[in-house]
Design a binder for this molecule. Structure first.
Ligand code: ATP
Length: 341
């Protein structure tokens, strides 16, 4: 019997609940420190206890997963805790396209994918000497917004950079990527693409609450000016959003362009869930600063379905459940090879 497995973090509860609802056995690779939390949930059939998630690369873990005919569902924790080569070397089928995860982790590859998708993007700034307006400085890798800062001058940049160096978060300029700040209303667009029925589903939208940038608005400008602290964009949680209906057509078009570009650049393409992340400006134009080529934690909002999944499914459909449904259909049709790598 096929088992669905994921790492105990990020969106594991949603993924395994969805897998259970679709009739799969559920396994969780769980750090010992989180055992108590995950034992609370009856839909998790078995915990594989580990000291660190990297044990998924070790023989004892692989043997156990193979014995249970496991399919691994990748999420943000897998990306942030393992290198692309490590993920690619996992000897158990991974849902979706494990090769595209490298395109998410590497900033240059990411930029190429977004350009190929013709997604409007904020310009990158090649050196702090070129700063001319508000920019965001981001650390490489999936740093989750920690230690990112805003600045509008070379002087301001150097001051913040030196603080990050002193904190041991970066070594120097090479560890920072500069991008023009995109003004507008943030929106994280969640999609699912099925290579089995060759169809794109728009699943929902969320906004992220990031600390401490989203808390700054509570402090009057005068006090903000007097605080000498590096801002940060560390995700704390997500809240729901519905878009003006007139924006939906373009949402689908952008998603389709992304799927087409991924097919060309990263075969077998963008299979399964993904997210386009950016802001809408005052004209309703979307500028995208990021994509995730796998399920995002913002989908945790919609465990019972979203205002958009309700138009596609006459039953509660979370992203976790949609993944499990795809695996079920893939198995029934003998097309599993299309949806795992
Ligand atoms: P994650 O892996 O969690 O998606 P990340 O490290 O790849 O994070 P980004 O998603 O690129 O980082 O950025 C983190 C946050 O910083 C975004 O959610 C957004 O709030 C803000 N941000 C990033 N780039 C821009 C930009 N160009 N303009 C405005 N805000 C931005």
């Amino acid at each position: 019997m096929t088992s669905i497995v994921t790492l105990g973090s990020h969106c594991a509860l949603q993924v395994l609940k969805g897998a259970k609802d679709e009739g799969f056995k559920t396994l969780l690779i769980c750090e010992k420190k989180r055992e108590k939390l995950y034992r609370r949930f009856a839909f998790i059939d078995e915990l594989i206890l580990v000291n660190s998630f990297n044990e998924i690369l070790e023989q004892h873990c692989i043997a156990k997963l193979k014995e249970q005919e496991s399919i691994v569902i990748p999420h943000g924790t897998l990306i942030s805790q393992m290198s692309s080569s490590e993920i690619e070397s996992i000897k158990v089928p991974i849902f979706g396209n494990k090769w595209i995860l490298r395109w998410e982790s590497n900033r240059n590859m990411k930029e190429k994918m977004m350009l190929e998708s013709k997604l409007p993007m904020p310009k990158s700034v090649s050196s702090y000497k070129e700063i001319n307006g508000l920019v965001i400085a981001k650390r490489h890798g999936a740093a989750g917004g920690k230690g990112y800062f805003l600045t509008s001058s070379a002087e301001g940049y150097k001051k913040e950079r030196d603080k990050l160096i002193a904190q041991g978060l970066i070594k120097g300029d090479d560890d920072l990527y500069l991008q023009e700040y995109a003004f507008g209303v943030s929106a994280y667009l969640q999609y699912f693409y099925s290579p089995i029925n060759k169809n794109l589903e728009f699943f929902g939208v969320d906004r992220r609450y990031e600390s401490d940038i989203d808390g700054l608005g509570r402090i009057p400008a005068q006090q903000q000016m007097s605080v000498d602290k590096i801002s940060s964009f560390n995700v704390i949680g997500n809240s729901p959003l519905v878009l003006r209906e007139s924006l939906l057509d373009e949402v689908y078009t952008m998603g389709e362009r992304f799927v087409e570009a991924a097919n060309r650049l990263a075969p077998p393409g963008m299979n399964g869930p993904f997210c386009l992340e950016g802001v809408y400006d005052e004209n309703g134009q979307f500028t995208s600063f990021e994509f995730s080529a796998r399920i995002v934690a913002g989908t945790n909002l919609y465990v019972d379905g979203s205002p958009y999944s309700a138009f596609i499914y006459n039953e509660p459909m979370s992203m976790g459940r949609r993944i499990a449904r795809e695996i079920r259909i893939g198995k029934e049709k003998g097309e599993l090879s299309k949806i795992v790598t």
